[in-house]
Design a binder for this molecule. Structure first.
Ligand code: ATP
Length: 267
């Protein structure tokens, strides 16, 4: 994918939507040892922009995302959303925060009820909040299917009647239905073949330009992240070892970042 699909002028203009300050997570292992999965992570995610988080397996990416989604509590440190610290003990604040953030996972197959048609799966978040009646679901589904560039006929299909790329688009559409400010993609396209990955990446960039969504991409693939993101955070053994604008990534002099880059690019 061509890097110039990203509007680099937007980089300077954004204000932080999400800020993470000194976030740590330790796990106690049987036998009494401790693993520091995340160690003093500080970063910001600007509104309408994309942050890529890369690192090899076990570097702490998933743990960081789970803390951002408030699925697990941090051992220490603070997450600020729109400048306000999120208190993990405050349930109403948590509920409010969850309305702003959605996640799309790698394996969308398990994310859908196999007995539910696409229209109902798409509208599930709205049913759950009492915001939609049954007969409106096809109309709402058609709107979001159109956003992810799928035919409205797909609303009547079941998940097993879709290709992997179509299912990932439905997963994206379902995240959009909830009107989030931030969408986290956890290796959301890595199981797809390169051309489908590229098409979905372009779609996400287009949606971001049109609707101002803020994205966080968690990925092993530094080349993908460099193409689609404005900023890149590189994690290694629980630490943030590099944090820079995507278009300066190849100039990084951090030895670990260079190793990741050299595994992809010949430079
Ligand atoms: N619940 C847990 N209990 C104990 N250790 C854990 C737990 N969750 C994660 N870890 C450890 O924390 C470290 C970071 O794991 P994490 O899953 O965040 O890495 P990752 O970068 O997402 O890896 P991958 O790319 O393979 O998903 C690893 O050493 C892992 O074994």
């Amino acid at each position: 994918m061509d890097r110039n699909v990203i509007d680099s002028d937007a980089i300077a203009a954004a204000t932080p939507l999400l800020r993470v300050e000194g976030l740590c997570k330790s796990f106690a292992l049987p036998g009494g040892s401790i693993v520091k999965a995340c160690d003093s992570i500080s970063l910001t995610v600007d509104e309408g922009q994309s942050l890529g988080i890369v690192g090899e397996s076990g570097s702490g990416k998933t743990t960081l995302m789970k803390m951002l989604m408030q699925l697990i509590p941090a051992s220490s440190g603070t997450i600020y959303f729109q400048g306000h610290a999120i208190d993990c003990r405050n349930k109403s604040q948590q509920l409010e925060y969850h309305q702003h953030i959605q996640m799309v996972f790698q394996d969308s197959t398990s994310a859908f009820n196999p007995r539910m048609k696409v229209a109902d799966s798409l509208c599930e978040p709205l049913y759950n909040q009492g915001l939609l009646k049954g007969r409106d679901s096809v109309e709402v589904a058609a709107t979001y299917l159109d956003m992810v560039e799928l035919s409205k006929d797909i609303a009547y299909r079941y998940p097993h009647e879709l290709s992997g790329g179509q299912r990932q688009r439905i997963a994206i559409a379902r995240a959009l239905v909830a009107h989030p400010d931030i969408i986290i993609f956890d290796e959301a396209t890595s199981a797809l073949d390169v051309s489908v990955q590229d098409t979905i990446a372009r779609l996400l960039v287009k949606l971001q330009k049109e609707h101002g969504y803020t994205y966080i991409f968690v990925a092993h693939d530094i080349a993908f992240v460099r193409c689609i993101c404005h900023k890149v955070a590189v994690m290694h053994k629980g630490k943030l070892v590099d944090y820079l604008a995507a278009d300066t990534l190849v100039q990084s002099d951090n030895p670990y970042t260079r190793r990741l880059i050299q595994s992809v690019y010949e430079i």
